[in-house]
Design a protein around this ligand. Structure first.
Ligand code: FES
Length: 600
């Protein structure tokens, strides 16, 4: 059923809406269980009338709004205004908006790491959607883990849902150079470590990197997930890129509120939008964006909630036929506001049209193809390249396998150094984050520019929470000599805003007995991205010997609460790091059609 077939519902009076056969249940939905449903509704209405609602208001379709504002979350600093705009849209379409709080997560305000809490936010959001009366829900998210958590929740909760993102921050300026979070955060910090800039300048740039509220201004995880949500069709067309402080952003929120009412009437659920074809489209766009490696984990988690399995090998073959076309940092030069001015995501989708499933349905009741065709077509833009002149000839992410990563690892090849893509070097091993902090800048550390830095125990269980520590800093003494990049390998993640020759998500992780845990200083490691190979050049007999002597005494510290749930349930990277209990049996594998064939 197409939600736009119900566009006339605005004209219905609430009396008509309460006629027999109506598709919404409003306040009668999900009553508290007292054993007398009429009494439950009577009591519910008595309480909510305490906030001044009339029977007229309470007879409307109810649209829940997940409000993720927090004083700790600058990426969501515009949420109060967005909630008001969504409410306006809901009311204009004849619904009753009700906002409710959920957990919110900001990357820099989540210890030990926001990824540890993503599944908690997903559980919170899912259960609050299930528990409270609402015919549809508008999910307002933005910062890296929030959109994945909300989409995981929406996929599981199964009621009509529409995503709204907070939008990217604007870029700033430091001494005449354009800057933005957080590729430039890392660039300036590396320059400071290498003594290229002094204390005064690093403090100065600290004031300039985040000039407005909103999500990071480059193609990091937040921007990537916003673009993927639009591609998946769970967000309105051309709504991924509008900056947080633009009026466009408020209009998108208003339109999303109105559309949520149409979705409620039509009963269109996320299952009807988030299909295997939609996920194939999203993976294609992830590659063409040069998007964040984290997005692969999140997309896997969202798809997993619907029984859809992301096939890493097929994804890698898709990567070989999908060029990076978007010239945004960290793979290119621009910022999100540039992509917005260039026509937003539809400009990229138009370029990828022959490679997409154009008949995938979206929340506005039209297909992806119809949305692309009706978007403004800007000819004179430089941010999205034609497929004949890409930023990078292949997709942004390559999948690696070998005896060091039997279940896979990934590298963001579009942001790596070409000269290190095939490299053999001596391992310099760090056993965890503490060990790394203690020794990385030790002047006595035995390390050369040709070595391979290995960081163990930062996987899903190891740290725990798979922190974004895979961007191992270049040892200070090498940075001071001008070394800008080295091959770095870990079972952790890295920020989508980071760049370098960095192998991530090595699976199984060290803490699960993966071979990464067996690497010792001086071992030779061979990386060959063109051959998708990552190998530890140590005899199997020797690895077996190490495996035996590695058997550590089990940690007897009792685990309680969320930590216990996390350690018992967390899955590996290739399974999206979701909780085992939240994933139904997987029945479909995507991408299914990965050959270099253009769709007609
Ligand atoms: Fe929130 Fe980057 S820290 S998007």
């Amino acid at each position: 059923m197409r939600p736009d077939q119900h566009n006339d519902s605005n004209e219905h009076s609430h009396d008509e809406a309460s006629d027999q056969g109506k598709t919404t249940q409003g306040m009668s939905n999900r009553l508290t269980n007292y054993g007398d449903s009429a009494f439950s509704l009577f009591l519910r209405k008595a309480f909510i009338k305490g906030m001044g609602y009339t029977d007229d208001a309470l007879s409307r379709p109810v649209i829940g709004i997940a409000n993720t504002y927090s004083g700790y979350n600058a990426c969501h600093g515009n949420v109060p205004g967005l909630v008001e705009s969504v409410k306006r849209g809901v009311m204009l379409a004849g619904g009753l908006p009700v906002d409710f709080p959920t957990i919110t997560l900001h990357e820099s305000f989540a210890h030990p790491t926001s990824m540890y809490l993503r599944n908690l936010m997903a559980l919170d959001t899912e259960e609050m959607i299930r528990a409270q009366p609402m015919d549809a829900v508008v999910l307002i998210g933005g910062c890296d883990k929030t959109v994945p958590a909300q989409l995981m929740a929406a996929a599981s909760a199964g009621i009509p849902a529409i995503q709204v993102v907070t939008g990217p921050m604007l870029s700033g300026s430091h001494r005449g150079t354009r800057v933005g979070a957080c590729t430039d955060c890392r660039r300036y910090w590396a320059a400071y470590r290498g003594k290229d800039i002094d204390d005064q300048e690093i403090n100065e740039v600290n004031d300039k990197l985040v000039p407005t509220v909103g999500t990071c201004s480059v193609m990091g995880t937040a921007s990537t997930m916003a673009c993927l949500a639009e591609t998946l069709g769970i967000m309105l067309p051309n709504s991924a890129t509008a900056p947080a402080v633009y009026a466009d952003r408020q209009r998108i929120a208003e339109q999303s509120g109105a559309q949520a009412v149409q979705l409620a009437h039509a009963g269109v659920t996320p299952q009807q939008i988030l299909t295997p074809e939609a996920f194939e489209n999203a993976l294609r766009v992830l590659l063409a964006l040069g998007g964040s490696t984290n997005a692969l984990i999140h997309t896997t988690a969202i798809a997993g909630r619907l029984g859809i399995d992301i096939d890493l090998a097929a994804f890698d073959r898709m990567s070989q036929e999908t060029p990076v076309l978007v010239d945004l940092k960290p793979s290119g030069e621009g910022y999100m506001e540039d992509l917005h001015r260039a026509g937003g995501l539809p400009t990229l989708l138009r370029e990828l049209k022959p490679l997409l499933h154009l008949d995938a349905m979206t929340v506005n009741g039209r297909t992806l193809g119809e949305n692309i065709d009706s978007a403004v077509h800007l000819i004179d833009q430089k941010i999205v390249r034609p497929r004949q002149a890409p930023i990078y000839a292949q997709g942004g992410i390559a999948v690696l396998r070998g005896n060091l990563a039997p279940a896979g690892a990934i590298i963001k090849q579009s942001a790596a150094s070409p000269e290190l893509m095939s490299h053999r070097g001596r391992a310099v091993v760090f056993h965890g984050l503490e060990d790394l902090a203690k020794r990385i800048d030790d002047p006595e550390l035995d390390v050369n520019a040709d070595d391979v830095l290995v960081l163990k125990n930062i996987g899903p269980k190891g740290a725990p929470g798979m922190p974004e520590a895979g961007y191992i800093p270049i040892p200070k003494k090498l940075a001071a000599q001008g070394v800008k990049d080295m091959v770095r390998i870990s079972d952790g993640r890295m920020s989508g805003t980071a760049a370098g020759t960095i192998v991530l998500h090595v699976s199984p992780e060290s803490a699960e007995g993966g071979p990464l845990g067996l690497v010792q200083d001086g071992d030779m490691i061979a990386l060959d991205v063109a051959r998708n190979a990552l190998n530890l050049e140590v005899e199997e007999l020797e690895l077996d010997r190490r495996r035996q002597s590695n058997q550590m005494a089990a940690d007897e510290t009792p685990l309680l609460g969320y930590r216990r749930l996390f350690m018992e349930q967390i899955l590996q990277a290739e399974e999206g790091c979701d909780f085992r209990a939240c994933r139904p049996e997987l029945s479909v594998r995507v991408p299914r059609q990965h050959e270099a064939q253009e769709r007609g």
